[in-house]
Design a protein around this ligand. Structure first.
Ligand code: 6GU
Length: 241
């Protein structure tokens, strides 16, 4: 997978050379390129923003600079990811979808946002995906791009050494994970649940599953999607009682 990042703070993306993406790059699974957006500015101050039409606070990222950068990067046919609080909520299914693409190009905005015409233009040349990490505000797209990258890259075929850890973990199963323990069996008055010391793998699996369900019910009931049954001959479904 080829990964491009356009940012006015390329140093913010330095972690891409470390840990997980660094490992994937070393294995030849990804080809990472970080670009300084200001390289495509023309004036001596390398300006990338301007005041908003219609007035209001803050600055807007100018279309021409992104336009020339996207031309040089030849984004045609790529998937362009724009981190923004106005985007599609990021999720494990969306990470899985992005992991199937050959090339992701991240546009990291700062200030109040990117001129809408950049996004409209991108949509005519590439697959545009605006993504939000959640209902809170970050100062720019860089940290979000890192998070999205980490979620996607670890799903690439050949990345994970232990394929099991992908399917049993949180969210892949639609449930939060059960709590985990390691030695010692007793620590500061807190004991490991005895079932985990029993050696009975069927009982351990059953315990883990019920703990996962209990935790999910308590902390994230929204993850327990309602089951809808289509009963033949009835118009409604499971909601009809
Ligand atoms: Cl993806 N980007 C920015 N800039 N802010 C955010 C976000 C993304 N998700 C939540 N807040």
């Amino acid at each position: 997978m080829r990964l491009d990042y356009l940012s006015i703070f390329p140093d913010y993306l330095a972690p891409l050379g470390l840990s997980l993406p660094g490992k994937a790059a070393a294995r030849g699974l990804i080809d990472v390129r970080v670009h300084d957006l200001r390289d495509w500015a023309h004036d001596k101050h390398r300006t990338v923003d301007d005041t908003p039409y219609g007035g209001g606070a803050g600055m807007v990222m100018k279309p021409e600079v992104f336009g020339e950068a996207l031309d040089d990067l030849r984004i045609d046919g790529a998937t362009v990811v724009v981190p923004t609080p106005a985007g599609r909520p990021f999720s494990q299914p969306l990470a899985r979808e992005l992991a199937t693409r050959e090339r992701l190009v991240f546009l990291c905005g700062r200030y109040e946002g990117i001129d809408q015409r950049v996004l409209d233009h991108v949509a005519t040349r590439a697959e545009l995906v605006e993504v939000s990490l959640g209902d809170y505000v970050l100062n720019g797209g860089e940290v979000a791009a890192l998070a999205i990258t980490e979620a996607v890259v670890r799903l690439l075929p050949g990345f994970m050494s232990n394929a099991d850890s992908l399917v049993t973990e949180s969210h892949e199963a639609g449930l939060l994970e059960s709590p985990v323990y390691t030695k010692p069996a007793s620590w500061r008055g807190h004991d490991v649940p005895p079932v985990l010391l029993s050696g009975d793998h069927a009982r351990i699996e059953a315990w883990r599953h019920s703990e996962a369900e209990r935790r999910t019910t308590q902390r994230r009931p929204d993850l327990l999607a309602p089951v809808t049954l289509d009963v033949p001959g009835e118009a409604g479904g499971a909601d009809d009682t």
